[in-house]
Design a protein around this ligand. Structure first.
Ligand code: AFP
Length: 328
């Protein structure tokens, strides 16, 4: 008999893996994701496509769904009594839990809708979240700047043919598929392991001329296939939504890369550390994979700014170690 997410979390609670506040918070995230799923799957029918007419702190034009899903996420967790504060890709600064609600012991950081450029073309998108322990005292942006290694829980929801919630609370990676008929998330994969070796890579090749030498060298070797030093052929994928790339890596291995490039030297890559790279790296490491910025494990990086960007190389250990070794 398959168990649902509530039963899974209740077991983690009774086993002492998580506490009541984290159990309540994760159930609230699952619930709000169903509301996001409803908006996403109705698309034009719900009048939620297109641009919102505003820009976020990244200077990016916000899509209507970016704004809508951010509101759904904030309202979906602020009342739980589990949070001292939250931070989002779509909010310039953090949001301490409003005085109307009980302050809890955790912080949550999230990208409410990752893959915004996919929204209007009905391609995969997702929600990413990361949970850490809140420090004592007043909550400010600096309260969130802890290394990814200290995360308590992390996960994503992928909105695609299936809606799948993937979660780790530090004892492996588990996937739950949303049953649209009952509204329940059902445990469909557990104790996920990423193959050490792979023949599949993901990178946006249009940026090739902007990459640094180690990445140029590595990707040339991938393209050389069995005529080159790697001695085997590789397939390529690029979905333009990190959630979909990471989901594929968790399901069948691979290496996903978004390196820094010289288009804008002030930005060490496109992906954000706190609510994209850190939660995804926690999942990847929990599933036996590796995640680096080309030099260090992403989870060991000391964050300096809430919306800072980072280069990302993650997935099957053998290939991540190889491209990282080229940076030394
Ligand atoms: P958007 O949310 O702006 O579409 O960016 C998505 C993303 O941050 C990440 O999810 C993708 O892997 C990556 O950017 C795609 O970047 P490119 O559009 O440069 O391929």
């Amino acid at each position: 008999m398959a168990i649902n997410l509530q039963q899974f979390l209740a077991k983690q609670l009774s086993d002492g893996v998580i506490d009541q506040q984290l159990c309540d918070l994760l159930n609230a995230v699952a619930d709000l994701s169903k509301e996001i799923n409803d908006k996403v799957t109705h698309g034009a029918l719900a009048g939620v496509l297109g641009f919102a007419g505003t820009d976020n702190v990244q200077g990016e034009h916000q899509k209507k769904l970016d704004v809508i899903t951010n509101e759904i996420f904030v309202e979906g967790v602020e009342w739980t009594g589990a949070l001292a504060g939250m931070a989002s890709e779509e909010m310039d600064h953090c949001l301490p839990t409003p005085a109307a609600y009980k302050r809890g012991k955790y912080l949550i950081m999230f990208d409410p809708l990752d893959g915004s450029s996919n929204i209007d073309i009905n391609a995969p998108i997702g929600t990413i979240f990361s949970i850490t322990k809140a420090p004592e005292g007043k909550i400010a942006d600096e309260s969130f700047l802890t290394p990814g290694r200290k995360q308590i829980a992390a996960g994503y929801v992928m909105y695609s043919p299936q809606t799948i919630l993937t979660l780790t609370v530090g004892n492996g990676v588990f996937m739950f598929t949303l049953n649209l008929g009952t509204g329940e998330y059902i445990l469909t994969k557990e104790n996920i392991r990423i193959p050490v070796q792979t023949q599949e890579f993901a990178i946006n090749m249009s940026n090739m001329r902007h990459w640094e030498a180690p990445v140029q060298k590595y990707v040339q070797e991938l393209l050389a296939g069995d005529t080159g030093p790697l001695g085997k052929n590789f397939n390529m994928r690029w979905v333009a939504a990190m959630v979909a790339e990471v989901h594929r890596v968790l399901c069948r291995g691979g290496i996903f890369m978004y390196p820094r490039d010289n288009r804008d030297p002030s930005k060490p890559g496109k992906l954000r550390l706190m609510y994209e790279a850190n939660p995804m790296s926690f999942l990847i490491e929990q599933a036996g994979g590796k995640a680096t910025n080309g030099y260090q494990n992403i989870l060991d990086l000391q964050p300096e700014e809430l919306h800072q960007r980072v280069a990302v190389f993650l997935g099957s250990a053998e290939e991540v170690e190889r491209v990282t070794s080229y940076h030394e």
